[in-house]
Design a protein around this ligand. Structure first.
Ligand SMILES: [Fe+2]
Ligand SMILES: [Fe+2]
Length: 449
């Protein structure tokens, strides 16, 4: 897997972050093009461009961590909220309009009133909390991905504004890391350009020059925007290839097997942070998968490979709203269809990484069943690999033992008797036998034993 480049890996995984932000497909990739063009325009040194490149691709690493809180506070769909919030310029009329439009629009009148009262009373503290969580988590995950402090800092200060009215630290002017200033500017340009076109994007950044944005960077962008090729590349279907070629390669980090483990773990954490009910889920499914794979005689190298697939199996959940994931009641048919899409998203995200093609298939099939009644493809037993069956067994076990929005956690004995009913139809008999034997031999790895 050594021939895989860091830029290909992070560029591909950035599509998972687009899902969480409710942004159009390819948002982070386009931000990378916009920001790198600005960086080159102001004459940044190559090693700084390398760091900027990863700040731009990974700026939304912390985004899943406040999704659940947004739903709870605003009684609303976190994906639409995050998408539309990028439009709010911070002026009081705009903030008010945004809050009224987004708060509890499908909730009952009393809940909506309570939520609005809470927001108008504590709006400032709430915004601070949401952004603080996102910044801190984003920077932490960047460090887990082995990036140095300048990259972590760049992600941490993404929401700071030039005039000192940003968050979380109200940094002003050049005290804001340059990478963050460029990333914020690039983000707004992409959001406005995608919905209203380039003239609107230019007008928007000019109107916020000196308040949100560093005027020198706005000026640099105006020069960049005068080049028709810049816009052509931004709109092209091949932008991924352009971005891959853009990374200053001489600062490339070695991608060893340990690094892949760290990447899978870090993105598993991004997924787990999305909902309080999935807290630790990917990590536990990773652990149970390793134990089962070892017990079933899978080779060490393949076990390690499979654990990554287990850590990433629900990465597609980043594209499902928390109003559905955290719903305390039964899901409607439409909501269930939205949940089912997460398996499709997992496949699509992982298969973008050339070296993850097989892992994408194995991992995204974790809701398939031996009797063909699973999803997303409804394939039969003969098309479901042993590796997938292992992840499925680990996943079902954790889903039942963990607390859910609609019920508390279930004890192991009860979990096993529920699972027993699906052995042979959904759960592989050998995997289930191995699970039972592992629980008996190694209770220390399992909860409530
Ligand atoms: Fe799943
Ligand atoms: Fe899962």
């Amino acid at each position: 897997m050594q021939h895989l480049k860091l830029s290909e890996l992070m560029g591909s995984l950035s599509y998972a972050l687009d899902l969480t932000e409710g942004q159009p497909h390819g948002h982070c990739i386009r931000c990378c093009w916009i920001g790198m063009s600005i960086g080159q325009q102001i004459g940044m040194a190559k090693e700084h461009l390398w760091e900027l490149y990863y700040v731009l691709l990974l700026k939304d690493l912390g985004c899943s961590s406040n999704a659940s809180r947004i739903c709870e506070l605003y009684l609303t769909d976190d994906l639409a909220f995050k998408r539309d919030f990028k439009w709010v310029d911070g002026s009081l009329p705009q903030v008010l309009r945004f809050v009224l439009r987004h708060t509890g629009t499908s909730a009952g009148i009393i809940s909506r009133f309570k939520a609005l009262t809470e927001i108008f009373t504590n709006g400032d503290a709430i915004a601070q909390e949401l952004i603080q969580t996102r910044c801190t988590r984003g920077a932490d995950i960047a460090r887990r991905l082995r990036f140095d402090e300048p990259v972590a800092d760049g992600i941490h200060s993404l929401d700071e504004h030039w005039d000192g009215h940003g968050r979380p630290e109200a940094l002003e002017g050049e005290k804001i890391p340059l990478y963050s200033r460029i990333a914020l500017l690039s983000q707004v340009i992409d959001v406005v350009n995608c919905s209203d076109g380039l003239e609107a994007a230019l007008a928007e950044v000019l109107s916020r020059s000196g308040t949100w944005f560093d005027p020198a960077l706005v000026e640099a962008f105006v020069s960049v925007a005068g080049n028709a090729d810049f816009w052509k590349t931004l709109d092209s279907a091949d932008i991924d290839k352009t971005i891959l070629a853009l990374e200053p390669g001489e600062f490339e980090k070695a991608l060893d097997e340990d690094f892949f483990d760290d990447v899978a773990e870090a993105f598993g954490q991004v997924v787990d942070a999305k909902s309080p009910y999935t807290s630790g889920h990917s990590a536990r499914v990773g652990l149970y998968t390793s134990l089962l794979a070892e017990d079933l005689g899978i080779s060490q190298a393949r076990q390690r490979w499979l654990k990554r697939g287990a850590l990433l199996h629900d990465v597609g959940k980043l594209g499902v709203s928390n109003t559905i994931l955290d719903k305390p009641g039964k899901l409607t048919d439409q909501e269930y269809e939205a949940v089912k899409l997460h398996a499709v998203y997992t496949g699509k995200i992982l298969e973008r990484v050339h070296a993850f093609k097989e892992l994408a298939q194995v991992s995204s099939a974790h809701h398939e069943r031996l009797d063909g009644k699973g999803y997303p493809l409804g394939i039969m037993a003969d098309q479901i690999a042993l590796e997938t069956r292992i992840i499925t067994t680990a996943d079902i076990f954790d889903a039942i033992t963990a607390e859910r929005p609609y019920r508390g956690a279930l004890p192991i004995e009860k979990t096993l008797s529920i699972m027993q009913e699906s052995v042979g139809t959904a759960i592989d008999p050998d995997c289930f036998a191995s699970l039972k034997s592992l629980i008996a031999r190694h209770p220390e790895f399992f909860p409530n034993t």
